[in-house]
Design a protein around this ligand. Sequence first.
Ligand SMILES: Nc1ncnc2c1ncn2[C@@H]1O[C@H](COP(=O)(O)OP(=O)(O)OP(=O)(O)O)[C@@H](O)[C@H]1O
Length: 346
Amino acid sequence: MVVIGRDGGPGATVEFGRYRAPDGSAGASVELDCESPHAALVVGKRGYGKSYTLGVLAEGLAAGAGVAPVVVDPMDVFGTLTADGSATVVTEPRVDPDALPPTAWCELVGLDPESPGGAALWRAAATGTTVAEIGATLAELDCDQAARRAARNHLDLAASWDVFDPDGLDAGSLASGTATVLDVSGLPAAAANAVVRATATALYRARVQGTVARLPWLLVDEAHAFFDGVAAPALRTLLTRGRQPGVSLVAATQRPSALPAVAASQADLLVAHRLTDRRDREALARARPSYVDEDLTARMPTEPGEVRVVDDATERLHAVQVRERRTPHDGGSPTASAALTGRSLK
Ligand SMILES: Nc1ncnc2c1ncn2[C@@H]1O[C@H](COP(=O)(O)OP(=O)(O)OP(=O)(O)O)[C@@H](O)[C@H]1O
């Protein structure tokens, strides 16, 4: 057995797959370290197993002691993780708006902070943390009526998402032991971003303040949508500083070229499925650390579940076939033949 993600020594691991020889035959079993926190990037074009791999990690972490996986599910494909009883799904996630700084409110609702309405919302958000408090401050604010109206309308939009609640998900319940799937698939992108921002912030703060014992792992599918929104600062914090207090981030995307450079430069594990888009391949090639002397795109995986893993801990590149899921996988593309035979439409 080989453990990727640590350079020897004992500790907790997640069952990941088997070494894959160039002829496709399976070799020694491969586990991933979860004794220590990590920042990992999972990339791959649609249909080559990126969500499946995230599910494999979530399953393994859910079974592990001392860790607490939280999966952000923008495509409603991780509900099946509940099949073995080790995960719960939160279908209507609500989070404490206190995690959003005043500056984030304008971006969240799409108001330019330089505009009169944006400036009014910013000022109101500086004195209140809940939507109701911000609204009450706004009503009393010394500003012109048009600015107040614009700010109010945008604040009402945020309230209509119904994702803010001071008594919403807290780090203590998220890190209680079983895996948590946050189903954000029904939410507008901005609302899903608010959920991710607040969740990442809560987990980070809780570990810094020492209020949760388990090491949280935040697994984010379609991560480009969150690095491009209000969630970005919190995800960057996890990438750059999360490991120190013990918070791991696994960011999965089909568009590595759409992620900020810091994502690749800070990741200590890079799991690459097949990529064909030129910009994405170039992004992967740029992510190659100096200790890997081979172009990462030179021998691109060809089958679903086949990955190349760059591991900072051992400074090695591994070719792995990711293991099969124990719980059913709910992803994949709809096909006409599946529809005819009545199989899953997902
Ligand atoms: N490790 C694996 N072992 C066996 N089959 C796999 C594995 N990984 C992926 N597959 C197969 O490939 C299919 C596509 O995988 P998956 O849904 O994860 O794709 P994806 O790259 O995440 O696509 P999307 O971008 O649509 O989410 C799965 O439904 C499964 O049949």
